[in-house]
Design a protein. Structure first.
Length: 708
């Protein structure tokens, strides 16, 4: 859990200077020096000093200046950056809080030299420091940063950033050794509870006989070593988190550990400026022991707090919609923290609508949905107003804090997490427990940065849902709400947006009634799958409809539409197939603008792809392109299928083969009613329901003679 500390020597003046700076603060846990990399806009960790484990720095040994963090902000803005608490870190720098889920206060001061800023000085305090950095402290930090910058100015060359940061001990003035009274020594020897004393380097300096007996080692085997060096079963993420939490919070940290093969031990850690004291005792046996032992495997510390957060952060990064965020939190975070209930809500004007829940009755959700944001009304609103989490271990504790807010459910413990991003509250996340639950320092340390990650994911998902709703409404408005009824013609149509992205695109279809016996069928595909494609689709469909109803023949409909789109200079092309149906004469005339050819099935014959000569796609601005006409018979009972390429383009398959396969399926299923046949064609091509492109499909079938 801690790395080897190299003694600073004459060749490491920066290390000596950093150790002196940390010592002069009087209360800082440790510090670090980041230096600017001359090769790229980044900071490299050069020296670390203090009582925090070295591996805590692993995710932050290299910082891009474009990445938000206290250190990079201090360098870019050339000012002192102060982060007062874990909650403050989660609000302002959620990514940093995710990797360092410990209650710490951080000060970052730029190293401003004569020519440029050399880097940044980072100092860490326990959370007990307080919310404010006094004027005297600020001045002391600034003076120390200038002293280090002057030393860098005087160096003969630019400082090198080591592959691994140098670690220096926090050395303090030597003190006269004090020997405990013999009575105190005898008392420690007689204690039935095991006791270990660890120095600032986590080495054991004292172990009583009870500790040696419980740990299964002699006192001599324990002295001078870190516990996890001589006891491999303590070298776990659980123990590492408990040790780090005790060091950073200065609050007692507890855990239950299995000493192989079947001895459960309770550890309680107390940290101060001189190191850590660990009290050890056997874990009680019985039903309660079974429950606690099981909990040690499923709690947040069992996988290591940092790794738990990394896993949850990765899961939240994959979310797209608001419901995805709710589901990920419910499926992964609830069991990780042993909670049974979840409510997630957002802030809308002066109300807090619920966007998702788990483990609550719907009637309770209806009472909480749309709760006012008045901070005096409920713990949720108050937590949002102050921007800090609130934890209540039981009903009595909640009632003392909010006597006028009666409980509305059967839950008995709660964690109210405000969701704040970029300094603004966007919602809340409530975790609830069926039984009273004492929130440990480790759980609070994990839940606070986790709230920042949830806030970012929820904010991103809300934006996506808003854009998706707007785009979907736009597309639904541009597509025909219903196709006209044409005497003598059966019609069926389907539009399916792509199963990824914004679920919108540029595919379109239309049926245009021209006269009592003639009609036009149109299908097209605008390049792209976004709002621009949907808007251009509406313009293309309107242009085709306008020229068709004005009486233009098929080739001229396409030519004039091409000119209209070229004038718009949309920068995208449109493929389109225009079919003119003369139901009285049983004739079909086709013109294509780079669109896939349709399928035709005559009664008693096999379905096949029509051989047509296409012109160029619309909107390319090629001057006056021609669109050759193809005319053929369309007897009663014939079946014409117009489609976009999303129906036949399958990754890894030849489009000619998939089109032929579609024709065979059309042939085999042609006796189905059109509304069943069209679904059958789509299901055959996309059996999983997932497709990477939009699909538009239009089926037409003349069913009786029409007199001219």
């Amino acid at each position: 859990m801690t790395g080897r500390r190299d003694q600073p020597g004459p060749a490491d003046p920066l290390g000596e200077e950093l150790a002196a700076v940390v010592h002069r603060t009087g209360t800082a846990l440790g510090g670090a020096l980041y230096l600017r990399d001359p090769r790229e806009p980044a900071l490299g960790l050069a020296v670390v000093c203090g009582r925090l484990p070295a591996e805590m720095t692993a995710p932050w040994r290299r910082l891009l200046l474009t990445t938000p963090s206290p250190a990079t902000d201090a360098v870019r803005q050339e000012r002192l950056v102060w982060v007062a608490s874990q909650e403050d870190m989660a609000r302002r720098y959620p990514a940093v809080a995710a990797y360092v889920p410990y209650p710490l206060a951080v000060a970052c001061a730029p190293l401003k030299g004569r020519r440029h800023c050399w880097g940044v000085l980072v100092l860490l305090w326990p959370a007990s420091h307080g919310a404010h950095l006094g004027l005297r402290e600020r001045e002391r930090i600034a003076v120390n940063a200038r002293r280090i910058a002057r030393a860098l100015d005087k160096a003969t060359g630019p400082p090198e950033i080591p592959e691994q940061p140098r670690e220096v001990p926090l050395h303090r003035p030597a003190e006269e050794p004090e020997h405990p009274a013999q009575a105190a020594a005898d008392l420690i020897e007689r204690l039935p509870v095991g006791m270990l004393a660890l120095d600032r380097e986590a080495r054991i300096t004292l172990a009583n006989p009870s500790a040696a007996r419980l740990l299964g080692r002699s006192v001599g085997q324990l002295y001078g070593k870190q516990p996890w060096q001589s006891l491999s079963w303590l070298d776990t993420h659980t123990c590492a988190d408990a040790y780090r939490t005790a060091l950073s919070s200065r609050e007692p940290s507890t855990l239950t550990v299995l000493r192989p093969p079947d001895h459960w031990l309770d550890f309680r850690l107390y940290a101060d400026d001189d190191g850590v004291i660990i009290l050890i005792g056997p874990h009680p046996t019985g039903a309660d022991s079974t429950r606690l032992s099981s909990a040690s495997h499923v709690g947040p510390a069992s996988a290591g707090g940092i790794y738990q957060l990394m896993h949850l952060a990765a899961a939240l990064a994959e979310t797209v919609r608001v419901q995805d965020v709710v589901d990920r939190v419910a499926d992964q975070i609830l069991p990780a923290f042993g909670a049974q209930g979840l409510i997630m809500g957002t802030v809308e004007a002066d109300r807090m609508p619920v966007v998702g829940h788990r483990g609550y009755d719907r009637k309770i959700i209806e009472q909480l949905d749309g709760l006012p944001t008045d901070a005096a009304l409920a713990p949720i609103a108050r937590s949002l107003a102050v921007g800090t989490p609130a934890f209540f271990a039981d009903r009595a504790e909640l009632a003392r804090a909010y006597p006028e807010s009666p409980p509305v459910s059967d839950k008995n413990a709660w964690a109210f997490l405000p969701l704040v991003t970029s300094g603004r509250p966007i919602g809340y996340c409530l975790l609830a427990y069926d039984e009273p639950h004492e929130f440990t320092a480790a759980e609070r340390s994990l839940l606070t940065p986790l709230a920042g990650l949830i806030a970012q994911a929820l904010d991103r998902a809300r934006l996506y849902d808003a854009k998706h709703g707007l785009a979907h409404a736009l597309q639904q408005t541009l597509l025909p709400q219903a196709l006209p009824t044409v005497a003598g013609l059966d019609v069926a149509a389907r539009y399916l947006p792509s199963s990824h992205g914004m679920d919108i695109g540029g595919d379109f279809y239309d049926l245009i009634r021209l006269t009592d016996t003639t009609t036009a069928a149109v299908i097209g595909d605008v390049q792209g799958h976004d709002v621009t494609a949907a808007a251009l689709m509406g313009q293309a469909r309107t242009a085709v409809h306008s020229h068709a109803t004005a009486g233009a023949p098929p080739d001229q409909v396409l030519a004039r539409t091409d000119r209209d789109l070229a004038d718009l200079d949309a920068g995208r092309f449109v493929s389109c197939l225009y079919a003119h149906l003369d139901l009285a004469r049983h004739r079909l005339t086709l013109a294509s603008a780079g669109h896939p050819p349709p399928l035709l099935h005559h009664p008693g014959h096999r379905a096949h792809t029509l051989d047509i000569d296409p012109g160029p796609p619309l909107g390319l601005g090629l001057g006056t392109p021609s669109y050759p006409l193809t005319s053929l018979a369309l007897p009663e009972g014939s079946l014409l299928a117009l489609y976009t390429d999303g129906l036949v383009e399958v990754p890894g398959a030849d489009i000619g083969q998939t089109t032929a396969d579609l024709a065979r399926h059309l042939n085999a299923s042609s006796d189905l009613p059109l509304h069943q046949l069209i679904d059958s064609l789509v299901d055959h091509t996309c059996p999983t329901g997932r497709h990477t492109d939009d699909i538009a499909l239009l089926l037409l079938q003349p069913h009786r003679s029409t007199t001219p």
